[in-house]
Design a protein around this ligand. Structure first.
Ligand code: NAP
Length: 268
């Protein structure tokens, strides 16, 4: 059965990629495309917007107007918009794939309540390679243990509005969980001035922003005499788009619950 997929933030960088990725996936069809109501693009053809030629799906400004038209909503927008969309999908029993990053603690709690009735797949990074890296990081942290200093460096394009990236934070959580540490307590975000010597159990984050970098992440495990680095470099946003659409097809067949890309890829 073909899965009917809706995309919010359809005119955004990821929105356009998602429309293209849905067109490339035989299990899915684009059923609705939504932007903010004040967008000048409302009424445009979503296929044309994504550079594919007309596909007959008109960009609308109100998710509630198309709630009956789709099975799964893919949302890569901003936390406030994703929260509003999650409340609507939760009420209508529609599954969601959530790629938006940058939720604060209060928004995370509100999201949790809104999605309780539905199946959702949320990931800070939908690329297959990054999710494989999560598995490798867990293994590296367990093998190298407390004998190493762990630092995470990420680089993204100049338009990214949150830091460190959701993927960098997820990598930090994987490593911290493997070592039995609480990331909230051990994370160090950037360093400046008289910082003092490094505490072994801290996990450092550094952020680089510039140009059109799609997303680079390196986690280094520094030991005496050697170091291990696990690096992922995304060269196209299509890696996220393909993964998110794969997740949409998968989550449409799941019972209510919270899933991530590791579930979709069978890596758990
Ligand atoms: P973007 O180009 O700015 O796109 C965001 C889209 O959401 C825009 O079309 C924007 O419309 C729309 N939007 C913003 N506020 C809205 C609102 N209140 N109601 C409805 N629509 C609204 O950003 P992007 O690069 O596509 O990234 C979007 C999100 O996805 C970010 O959180 C990013 O970190 C995340 N992301 C996640 C992954 C992953 O794999 N999980 C990969 C890439 C990006 P306007 O242009 O009119 O504001």
């Amino acid at each position: 059965m073909t899965v009917r997929v809706a995309v919010t933030g359809a005119a955004g960088r990821m929105g356009k990629i998602l429309i293209e990725a849905i067109a490339l996936n035989e299990a899915c069809v684009l059923a609705a495309a939504i932007e903010r109501p004040e967008s000048s693009l409302i009424g445009a053809d979503a296929g044309e917007l994504a550079g594919l030629g007309k596909n007959g799906v008109t960009l609308v400004g109100d998710l509630s107007a198309v709630l009956d038209d789709f099975d799964v909503l893919i949302d890569f927008t901003v936390p406030a918009a994703t929260l509003a969309n999650a409340r609507l999908c939760g009420g209508a029993g529609k599954s969601m794939v959530i790629g938006t990053t940058g939720f604060n603690a209060e928004q995370k709690a509100e999201l949790e309540a809104a999605i309780a009735p539905i199946a959702i797949c949320q990931a800070s990074n939908f690329s297959t390679g990054v999710n494989l890296c999560f598995k490798l990081l867990d293994m590296a942290a367990r093998v190298l243990g407390d004998d190493v200093d762990i630092e995470i460096v990420e680089a993204h394009h100049r338009h990214k509005i949150d830091a460190p990236s959701g993927t960098a934070l997820s990598m930090g959580h994987v490593v911290a969980d493997a070592l039995g540490r609480d990331l909230e307590k051990v994370a160090v975000y950037g360093r400046e001035g008289q910082t003092g010597a490094r505490e072994r159990e801290t996990i450092g984050f550094a952020t680089v922003r510039g140009g059109d970098v799609v997303g680079d992440h390196t986690v280094s495990f520094f030991a005496e005499g050697e170091r291990v680095e696990i690096t992922h470099k995304a060269s196209s946003r299509m890696s996220f788009g393909r993964g998110a659409v794969r997740a949409a097809a998968w989550v449409s067949a799941q019972a209510a619950g919270r899933y991530d890309m590791q579930d979709v890829l069978g890596l758990k």
